[in-house]
Structures are given as C-alpha cells and as structure tokens.
Ligand binder design. Structure first.
Ligand code: GLA
Length: 748
C-alpha cells in the first residue's frame, strides 16, 4: 500500500516511486500540508512548520486564549477555507443560510482502499487495483456540519497523485458553494518560477515563465470551454530548473470548462497553488443532504527537471486518461478536406481527392464542415445533422461507400454543441439556444450554442448523432466547438440557481460524449474547438486526440506543439501537413519540414492532393512510409525537448523505452551567413550500446553534396557518445530546413 496513516501522530504519507505527499491532522483537527516533493523515508515533516506570533494574523478561538503563535493565516493546509482566519486565497468559500461566508473544516477521519476511485459523470484517471490506491479524508465543520471528502489517488509506479473533493451539506439549511477547489497546495519554503500557457485562436499554448511575485497571480477563463487563452495546466519550478535538472511540480486539471489556477506568494514568502472551477461563474446550491463533486486534478513532481515532469504527464494521460480501443492503436494517416475544399465541394470532388490520397498511402478520408442541412458557409445550418444529399449528389452511406471503394475509411465532422439561427433546429426549439430572455445575444461566427445543461437537448443530439453514425460506415468523428459561451442562462434553472449553469453545461457535454463514445467504441473521436480551444485532459478522457490548432503553419506549430508538449503526449496532438503558401500565414516551408511537424503528432494531410506535383507525390509517399515505421515510437516513446524554438533551431526526440531506437527531429527557424552549428545531446539511449545514426530521408534534402560535407552519416556511435558528447547538426542552407535523424541500436 502506497498510503501510510499513523493514527497517533496524525501523519498521512502518500508514496510514489520518486515522490512523497504528506499531510498531518494536528491536535486542533487542522489538516496541515507538510510535504510534497522528493520521496521520504517515513519521517514526520511537520517539524518544519515554524509557529510565530504573526500579529494581525489571528488565532483559532480554542487556541488563542493563552497563545498567539498558531494561525491558519500562515499554516500550510490541505483544504483552506474562506472566512475563519486564513486571509489567503481559499479552496472553499460558502454562503451559509444566514448570509455568512465562513467555513472551517476539521479532520474527522480517513480510510484507504485498493484501486483508484472514479467520479460519476466526470473524467478521472483510471487504474487497475494493483496500480493505484485511494485515500479518502473526511473533514467537517463543527459549526454547520458541512463536510468535505478529500480524495487522493496514488499511482505509485507512475509518480502521479490525483485529487478531488466532494462537499456535502449535512446541516439543516441550504448552503451555496461559491468556490470549491479540486486541490490546493502549500509550500512553506522556496522561491519558484511559475509556468503557464497562454494563447489565442490559432496561436495556442505559448509558454510563459516568470518568478512568482507577492500577491495572487492567476490564469483561468470564463468562456464556457477551457479556452485558447489559458490552458488548465501549470508548473511551479526552481528558478534554475532546466529540461534535465531541478525540482518541478505540475498541476493538470481534468476539466473542459471554466477554470481558475491561482498562485499566491504570501506575507511570509509561502506559496499556495489552488485549482478550481472558476468561482466568478459558479454558485452551487446544496440543499440539506446534497453533495457537490469537484472535477479532478493530477499532480506530479519531478526532481530531475521539466522533461521528466512532462514525461510523467504524457504517460498518465496516454495510458490512464485516454480510453477505448484507439488508446493503443496506431492512428490512421488521414486526409482532411477542410483546407483542400473549405465549403466548396460535392461528392465527386471528394471522391477524386480520396482516390488520389489512397494512391499515396493515406488511409482515412475526413469530410469536414459543410455536408449537412443548408450549410453553404459558416453563417447557418448548425444543428441540422442530416446530409445535404443535393450537394453530395448521393446519400451519406453512398458517399462513404464510394470513398471505401477507392480504398479509404470514411470520417466526418460535427459541431454538436452549435446552433445557427438559420437552421430547422432553431425554428423548432429557439429556447434551446443559450441566450438571456429580453437581451440580444453576442454572436460569434454568427452562431449560438445549444443549452447542453438540459437533458432534452442532450438526448436530442445523442439521437441525431446516433442516427448519422449508424447510417453509414463512419470510422472517425471530428467533434468541433467554435465559439465561447456568453450570455449564460438556462430556462431549466430558477434565478437563484443560474450560477450552476456553466458547470452543468460541461456535465451535459460529458454525458453526451460518454454515451456516444461508448455506443461507438470503434470510431476514432478527435476533439476540436476552433483548433486547440479545448485542449485539456478532460476532453482526452473521451477523445484520444485533439486538433491542436487551426494554424497549420509548420513554423508557428513549433511554438504551439512545444508549449503543448509540457503536459500532453504526441499521441494526443492532431497535426497535419498542409499546402504552401500556408493558409494562415502565407509562409512557404519545405514539405519535409511540414512532414516533421505533422509526424510529431497524429499525422495526416489537409490539402488538395490532386494538385501535388509528381515530385511532391513521391515525397508524400516516402513520408507516409516513414511515419508507418516510426508511428509506434512516436505514440508511445519517451519525449525529450532538446532545443526550444526560440533558440533558432527547435529539436525534440522520441526514444523507445527500452533504448532500442530513437527519432530526432529538428527544424531551423533562423538562417544566417557564416553559421554556427547546433549541438544536441540525444537522450534516453543505453550508454554502452552502439547506434546507427542516419537521416531518414536524404532524398528530401535538396543539396545532398552539402549534406555529405556536413553530416557524414550513417555513423555508428555509442549511446554514451551521443548523450554525453552529443551530435552536431549542420546549419541550414535553406530557410526552415529540417533534419530527421533515426538512431537504431546495433545488434551485438
Ligand atoms: C474549426 C476547426 C477547423 C474546421 C472548421 C470548419 O475552425 O478548427 O479545423 O473544422 O472549424 O468550420
């Protein structure tokens, strides 16, 4: 058992392979947080807490009569409450029936179980009985009877700890939850950097790293989805932490709605990190006896830098968040018609693209937006999920069969949460669109959002999609969502409960996703929200991959995929080769470089392949062949960031867990005369094994004479030489040049 509870001292320790998480119920019943970091050997860490009279930081009544050095305002705690003497940002804030906002939770017992708890209706890490243990700590407010059950999942081998809280009203009057965090973490010592991931449509998940300053700093969103603007993932690390050294802590929210992540550096230089559903858009009424379940947070600690921290998250997301048969399957090489045709297609055009794509080795044809209802552009039609047979020139089944006949599987796009005013659905159910009565709603892409908090709306969409998916041989679904939710209101709740809407919407979305993914387990679902506007671990519980960004420019993708890699595995990153000049930036990049970026994800194409030159077709064929050879390595290998994009050359690597192979990809973003070569250290190899090092496709490099001069591959080098000595990459002789280097262990 990875959980140890010592009843006499009140110490509870959670052990993973390389970390220990510790809390302690003290004599007053406060649940202190005493350690999260490197693995301990059975010690009680509460001795580190230095109690000093902090002046205007007050003392609990039963303690403060004789002494003044015990204050909730400075003590590290597991689930700090608002209103009773801790003036820092809180995990729990309530409004009691008398209007007061106070709560104070005291330890009331704990229990442990084998296996990992699940959360009804919410995504959660799952694991077998032998892979995880669960701790449940019960806290109670003696004044009101309010209870909090803190749940901890300990995945020992994976070095992951999960947290979630369940709040129950055991009193006799209603209580309103105004903030209910999933987790709160306190550090007593250390000055740290805070890493967050900000962005905008088509430029998601840019890394920001800055020292924590005094006060509360936060990222979050109230847009209905987890958003392009801030990702629900954050890291705290030592200022000197690098990819390979230093202490780091990561917090990942398994939630696809509005969130808040706050970091506070307090008056005595302690740090608190809190992750919750965004309280600005949340007020949940609990009648006596009712409970509220928070979503789950995953925590990980690395004492060996950011690279290891990312690999912990990659593995847990890949193997214990993503589900279904596609979790472990190589994903098909797809062709998506969006950037090939936009809305301008008919059945014949799609079939001719599919025929060419199949000839090049592609396996799945995805018909994107524009196939249904009266949708001729992005101004109308959403909600009418029946095929436009006039446009397609045949039924959906016939089209899918025609695509199958040329040798490709068939996939399709939906935006199930969207509704256009110009649609049959809106005519029939105008009240199903989210808007506030008496107020003109904010439009975005000229569309509204369906009220997924309502059961009848969920049932209608489940029925519609079931009909389409069972009416034709469909192997793939792209689940899109193309606007933020404003004007929040639901006809299904009374005025005093409108604060429940944003979370109920997400619960409704999860129900629809659960029903459909369970009903069609063999369909590969890909999430999407204007690209990467809902790229979170909650969605990955339902869709094992997500379209990473609407930006397909290979050079912009370096930044986007770099930022994404801090938490999310390559197997989740939807990435396609598109045409040049690029449709978002107008930039020209070599086909080989576009291939590199797409291969560092799920790999596919999004262009009109009938327009490729003969030479390009040959290169695409070779790319697909190469992808097939490396697909398993990319999907399940250990991911290493070797050079960050701002260094002028972005480089990364996939290494087989057994050290037998590795693939290094590098893209130069900067070209100059009299250049300085780039030096990388290859990671994850066996020091004493010998590796054959070669370019995967020398044919894709225009000037192979130059290439030979700079890079006398194939070379045979030891793992020690490649990691400790490194590998020099020849500087580019063409803008946006890329290198793809394969390393294979030699048989001894
Ligand atoms: C969103 C998606 C795109 C495409 C369009 C279709 O922007 O992110 O990939 O599907 O919608 O309208």
């Amino acid at each position: 058992m990875s959980i140890v509870y010592e009843e006499t001292s009140g110490v509870i320790s959670l052990y993973t392979r390389h970390s220990t998480y510790q809390m302690k119920a003290d004599t007053l019943g406060t649940l202190l947080h005493t350690h999260y970091g490197g693995r301990l050997a059975g010690d009680d860490m509460s001795g580190q807490i230095c109690c000093i009279d902090r002046g205007l930081s007050g003392n609990p009544y039963e303690y403060g009569r004789s002494r003044r050095e015990y204050s909730l305002d400075v003590l590290p705690q597991e689930y700090p409450c608002f209103g009773t003497g801790d003036f820092r940002t809180a995990a729990l804030r309530v409004r009691n029936a008398d209007g007061s906002q106070a709560a104070q939770l005291r330890f009331a017992g704990c229990r442990t179980e084998k296996g990992k708890y699940a959360l009804e209706g919410l995504p959660a890490v799952y694991a077998g009985e032998a892979e995880a243990d669960t701790l449940t700590v019960l806290l109670r407010d003696p004044a009101t009877g309010l209870e909090a059950e803190l749940r901890y999942g300990v995945l020992e081998e994976l070095d992951v700890i999960t947290r979630a809280a369940r709040i129950t009203n055991r009193g006799t009057a209603p209580v309103v939850l105004e903030k209910a965090a999933s987790a709160s973490l306190d550090w007593q010592f250390g000055r740290y950097d805070w890493l967050t991931f900000h962005g905008r449509h088509a430029m998601e998940r840019n890394l920001t790293r800055q020292p924590l300053r005094h006060g509360v700093q936060s990222v979050g969103c109230v847009r209905g989805t987890s958003s392009h603007q801030y990702n629900p993932f954050t890291i705290l690390c030592e200022p000197a932490a690098t990819e390979t050294a230093g202490e780091c802590w990561g917090m990942c929210f398994l939630y696809s709605g509005e969130f808040l992540m706050e970091a506070e550096l307090d008056q005595v230089d302690q740090i608190r990190l809190v992750c919750s559903i965004h309280p600005d858009d949340f007020a949940w009424t609990l009648a006596p006896g009712e409970s509220f379940q928070t979503p789950e947070v995953m925590l990980a600690y690395s004492g060996e830098g950011l690279g290891r921290l990312s690999r912990i998250f990659h593995r847990v997301i890949r193997e214990h968040v993503c589900r279904g048969p596609w979790r472990d399957r190589r994903r098909p090489v797809l062709l998506n018609d969006w950037e090939a045709t936009y809305f301008d297609f008919d059945g014949d055009k799609l079939v001719s693209i599919a025929r060419k794509a199949a000839g090049l080795g592609m396996e799945l044809f995805v018909m994107d937006d524009g196939w249904f209802g009266r949708r001729k552009d992005d101004n109308g039609g959403l909600g009418d999920w029946y095929p436009n047979e006039e446009k397609l020139g045949c039924s959906l089944r016939e089209l899918a069969e025609r695509i199958n006949a040329v040798g490709m599987d068939f996939g399709i796009w939906f935006e199930p949460e969207g509704i256009s005013e110009d649609s049959d659905l809106y005519k029939a159910h105008p009240d199903w669109a989210i808007r506030i009565p008496g107020r003109a709603p904010c439009l975005a892409r000229n569309q509204l959002v369906l009220d997924f908090s309502r059961r009848e709306v969920q049932d209608h969409i489940i029925g519609q999609l079931r009909g389409v998916l069972s009416g034709a041989p469909i192997r793939y679904v792209k689940w899109d969502m193309n606007r933020s939710i404003s004007d929040k209101f639901t006809a299904a709740l009374p005025p005093e409960r409108q604060g429940e809407f944003a979370h109920r919407y997400v619960l409704g979305l999860y129900r629809v996703l659960e029903e459909l993914t369970q009903a069609f387990p063999d369909i590969l679902f890909e999430g999407c929200s204007g690209g990467g506007g809902r790229f979170d671990a909650g969605m990955l519980y339902y869709t094992p991959q997500i379209w990473c960004s609407d930006n397909t420019d290979a050079i912009n993708r370096l930044d986007i995929q770099y930022g994404t890699s801090f938490c999310y595995p390559a197997s989740a990153v939807g990435a396609h080769v598109s045409a040049v000049p690029n449709h978002q930036t107008g930039r020209n990049t070599p086909l080989a470089t576009r291939g590199c970026l797409a291969m560092a994800g799920t790999f596919g194409y999004e262009l009109d392949v009938t327009r490729l030159s003969g030479e390009e077709q040959e290169e695409v064929r070779r790319q697909i062949e190469r992808f097939r050879q490396s697909a398993d390595l990319i999907r399940t290998g250990e991911y290493y960031r070797l050079c960050a994009p701002e260094e002028g050359c972005a480089a990364w690597e996939f290494a087989a867990p057994d050290g037998s192979r590795a693939l290094v990809q590098a893209v130069f973003t900067h070209i100059e005369a009299n250049p300085i070569p780039v030096h990388i250290r290859v990671r994850g190899l066996q020091a004493d094994a010998r590796y054959r090092v070669e370019l995967t496709d020398p044919g894709a490099i225009e000037d192979s004479a130059l290439y030979k001069r700079w890079f006398p591959a194939p070379a045979i080098l030891s793992g020690a030489a490649l990691e400790r000595g490194g590998l020099t990459l020849s500087p580019p002789w063409r803008e946006y040049q890329s290198w793809e280097i394969q390393l294979r262990r030699e048989q001894t």
